[in-house]
Design a protein around this ligand. Structure first.
Ligand SMILES: N[C@@H](CCC(=O)N[C@@H](CS)C(=O)NCC(=O)O)C(=O)O
Length: 217
């Protein structure tokens, strides 16, 4: 099994994070968007959408979309609960992540920190900021309901909902959002970072979680 990713992809970070938490060794094939690797015909055979992450199984079959990969890797582990009701709760928050959370936070990080091709005052960035603040407020409210040491979907223990929501919440400051304005988010991020097997964005380098440059291979 191997993971196609890019160095700074938050969606691929979800997968590497879960692999670390469940103790799965996941070799990486790290591609570069700037080099055009995601438009390469060989990569498009693996994922016609031209996006990472992609998980390639040993028999050559592939799974794309971060949440589908998380579901695949979490099967049989506590990160995918056994009870149907708890599974439904997890799916609710995974759906929230894709529909409301990831996109505005990713756009802010991409344009204000990585590409630096927009100003915070630009209309689309103002819109993304409002959407991101709303999503973070919803997440903060959910964590408040789950109690002081609770997790997003399953109060008693972390699930793939926590894993999926972690990277782009962690990146919020790169989009100009001060996470400290939300009472419950910083301790939840710290709880995830204290889990055995936690993986930073760059292996062994938690100081590079907010890196704006690709490291040379
Ligand atoms: N819904 C997808 C989104 C994946 C996604 O946006 N991947 C980005 C990297 S984080 C990508 O591959 N972008 C390619 C491009 O911008 O050309 C998921 O959750 O996996």
């Amino acid at each position: 099994m191997r993971l196609y990713d890019t160095q700074r992809s938050g969606n691929a970070w979800k997968v590497r994070l879960l692999a670390g938490l469940v103790g799965v060794d996941l070799p990486r094939v790290t591609l570069s968007i700037d080099r055009g690797d995601l438009r390469d015909p060989a990569f498009l055979m693996r994922n016609p959408l031209g996006m990472v992450p992609v998980l390639e199984l040993d028999d050559g079959r592939t799974i794309s979309e971060s949440l589908a990969i998380l579901h695949y890797l979490a099967g049989g582990t506590p990160f995918w609960p056994a009870q149907t009701f708890a599974q439904a709760q997890v799916l609710t928050w995974l759906s929230f992540e894709q529909a409301q959370h990831m996109h505005p936070l990713a756009q802010l990080r991409l344009h204000l920190s990585l590409h630096r091709d927009r100003r915070a005052e630009d209309d689309d960035m103002v819109r993304c900021r409002a959407q991101a603040l709303h999503a973070l407020a919803v997440l903060d409210g959910q964590l408040a309901r789950q109690g002081a040491h609770g997790w997003v979907a399953t109060a008693g223990r972390p699930s793939i909902a926590d894993v999926a929501l972690y990277p782009y919440t962690r990146f919020a400051s790169m989009g100009g959002i001060d996470i400290a304005r939300f009472v419950h988010l910083p301790p939840w991020l710290a709880r995830i970072e204290a889990l055995p097997g936690y993986q930073p964005l760059f292996p062994g380098r938690p100081d590079l979680n907010f890196s704006t440059v690709e490291l040379r291979e």
